[in-house]
Write a protein that binds this ligand. Structure first.
Ligand code: FCB
Length: 456
C-alpha cells in the first residue's frame, strides 16, 4: 500500500476542543459557559445528552496523550475553556484553570507533540453572554483580547502556536442565526454582528498575543465550504457567488484584504454591522498562518425568498447513515465525500489570497462505527482520509504553502447538538466506561506517518 507523502517536518496532528472532551464543568472553580447552559436546556441536544463527562479528559489527560504517542502524532490542537481561566469571562483569574493547561502542555512537549492552542472554540462564558450578548456585543472583542493575553502570558514560554478563533461562521450562524447551537438565537442582525465582532476580537487579540510572547506564531481557523452552482443557469451562478461570499469570502476578505465582499455587503443592507473607522485595519493585521477546517462542498441556487442572500444552499441531509447517492459516498452527517473540491479550495487560497502559510486544522468524517471483538473496522474513514490527504499532498506539490494536517478528531467526543451520536475519532470511545479502542483508521494514520520519507 502506498500512503500520501508529505514534505519533511510536516505536522501530523489531531484536533479536539475543550467543551467536547473535558467534562468536569464545575471543577477547580470553573465558571459556566453558554454550552453548559444550552446542553442543560431540555430539547436542545439529541437524546437529552450533555457534556458533563464527555471524554473525561480534564480528570485524565494522560490517557489521551498515550494514545497520541501510540499513533505517532507530532502535533495536537486543543482549545482552552475561557470560563476555566476567567470564571466570569473577565476580571479575576482562576489559577487552577490555567494550571490545567500548563500541565497539559508539559505532558505534550516531552512526547515531541507540538501544541496548537485555540483560544475560542464557541464556549463563551455565560457571564459575558449575560453582560453583553456574547460576541453579538462589541465589548466582547475587548474581553476576548484581555483573556487571550492572560492565557498567552501564562503559557507563552512553552507554547508557541496560537489560534484565536475557531470557525467564526459556524458560531455566528448556528448560535445566533439558526439557533441550534448555544446561545440559541435566531437573529440575522446578531449573525452579522457576531461575525464582525469575532473578527475584531481576533485582530485585537493578535496584537496582545504578540506583545505577550514575541516569538508566538498566531493565526485563526476558518471553516471553508466551497459553494458550487446547482445548475449552469446564470441566476444560480450569481447565487453561488453570494453564498460563497457569505460562507467563506466574508472572513477571508476581511482578514486578507481588509474589506467585506460585494455584492454580499450591498445586499445585506440594513443587517450590516456597524464597522468602526479602524476595524478593518485591525482585522487585517498580518497573521502567521491560516487554519483551514474543511468538511465538504455545497450547492446553491437562486432563491428570491431568502432574505438578504437571495440564495439557498441545498439542505444537508442528516439521515444518520452513510450512503451512496448518484455514485458519491456520503457520511452519516449527510456530507459528500469529494476530495477534488478540497484540492480546488487549497489552490484557490494560493491564487486568490497570496498563498498564506496554512495548516489543515480540521478534516475528518463521521461514520457508523461498531465495536466487534475489541476492534473497530472503519474502511470508509480510511478511504476518506486517504483521498483527502492525497489531495492535500498534491496541492503541496502544486505549490500550496501547507505545513500540517490535524484530523478531527483524536477520539469520539461530544458533537454539539448531535450529542454522542456522531463518531469522528481515530479512537473509539465507549462513553459508558471511557474505554478507548484504536480504530483501523487510527492504525492507518500511524502507518501513514511511519512511512513518510520511505517512498521515493
Ligand atoms: C467543526 C467543529 C468541531 C467539530 C467538527 C465535526 O465544525 O469545529 O468542533 O464539531 O465540526
Amino acid at each position: 500500500m502506498t500512503y500520501p507523502q508529505f514534505p519533511p517536518n510536516f505536522l501530523f496532528g489531531t484536533a479536539t476542543s475543550a467543551f467536547q472532551i473535558e467534562g468536569s464543568p464545575a471543577a477547580d472553580g470553573k465558571g459556566k459557559s453558554i454550552w453548559d447552559v444550552f446542553t442543560h436546556t431540555p430539547g436542545k441536544v439529541r437524546n437529552g445528552e450533555n457534556a458533563d463527562i464527555a471524554c473525561d479528559t480534564y480528570l485524565n489527560s494522560e490517557r489521551d496523550l498515550t494514545l497520541m504517542a501510540e499513533l505517532g502524532l507530532n502535533a495536537y490542537r486543543f482549545s482552552v475553556s475561557w470560563s476555566r481561566v476567567l470564571p466570569k469571562g473577565r476580571g479575576q483569574v482562576n489559577q487552577r484553570g490555567l494550571d490545567y493547561y500548563r500541565r497539559l502542555v508539559d505532558l505534550l512537549l516531552p512526547r515531541n507533540i507540538t501544541p496548537f492552542i485555540t483560544l475560542f472554540h464557541w464556549d463563551t462564558p455565560q457571564a459575558l453572554q449575560e453582560l453583553c450578548g456574547g460576541f453579538a456585543g462589541r465589548d466582547m472583542a475587548n474581553y476576548f483580547a484581555d483573556y487571550s493575553e492572560v492565557v498567552v502570558k501564562a503559557l507563552g514560554d512553552r507554547a508557541k502556536n496560537w489560534i484565536t478563533l475557531n470557525e467564526p461562521w459556524e458560531h455566528s450562524a448556528f448560535g445566533h442565526l439558526l439557533g441550534d447551537h448555544a446561545p440559541g438565537h435566531h437573529n440575522p442582525w446578531e449573525y452579522f454582528r457576531a461575525a464582525h465582532y469575532q473578527l475584531l476580537g481576533h485582530g485585537l487579540a493578535l496584537e496582545r498575543i504578540r506583545a505577550a510572547s514575541p516569538d508566538a506564531h498566531v493565526g485563526l481557523t476558518l471553516s471553508l465550504t466551497p459553494i458550487y452552482p446547482s445548475t449552469s443557469n446564470p441566476k444560480d451562478l450569481a447565487a453561488a457567488k453570494v453564498a460563497n461570499q457569505f460562507f467563506n469570502d466574508f472572513f477571508l476578505d476581511a482578514v486578507f484584504k481588509g474589506k467585506y465582499p460585494n455584492p454580499l455587503w450591498k445586499q445585506i443592507g440594513i443587517a450590516r454591522p456597524k464597522v468602526g473607522a479602524d476595524d478593518m485595519k485591525i482585522i487585517s493585521r498580518p497573521i502567521d498562518f491560516l487554519g483551514v477546517n474543511y468538511y465538504s462542498r455545497e450547492f446553491a441556487r437562486a432563491a428570491w425568498y431568502v432574505p438578504f442572500l437571495r440564495a439557498w444552499v441545498d439542505e444537508v441531509q442528516v439521515n444518520d447513515r452513510e450512503q451512496i447517492i448518484n455514485g458519491q459516498q456520503y457520511t452519516n452527517f449527510g456530507r459528500e465525500v469529494y476530495a477534488p473540491a478540497f484540492y480546488e479550495t487549497l489552490i484557490h487560497l494560493k491564487n486568490e489570497y497570496g498563498n498564506p502559510r496554512m495548516y489543515i486544522t480540521e478534516n475528518g468524517a463521521s461514520f457508523t462505527d461498531v465495536l466487534e471483538n475489541g476492534k473497530v473496522h472503519d474502511p470508509l474513514r480510511i478511504a476518506f482520509l486517504e483521498s483527502y490527504m492525497e489531495a492535500a499532498a498534491q496541492a503541496i506539490r502544486d505549490g500550496v504553502n501547507l505545513h500540517g494536517y490535524f484530523i478531527w478528531s483524536l477520539m469520539d467526543n461530544f458533537e454539539w447538538r448531535e450529542g454522542f451520536s456522531k463518531r469522528f475519532g481515530l479512537v473509539y470511545v465507549d462513553h459508558a466506561t471511557q474505554e478507548r479502542i484504536i480504530k483501523d483508521s487510527g492504525y492507518w494514520v500511524a502507518e501513514m506517518i511511519r512511512t513518510q520519507g520511505c517512498v521515493k
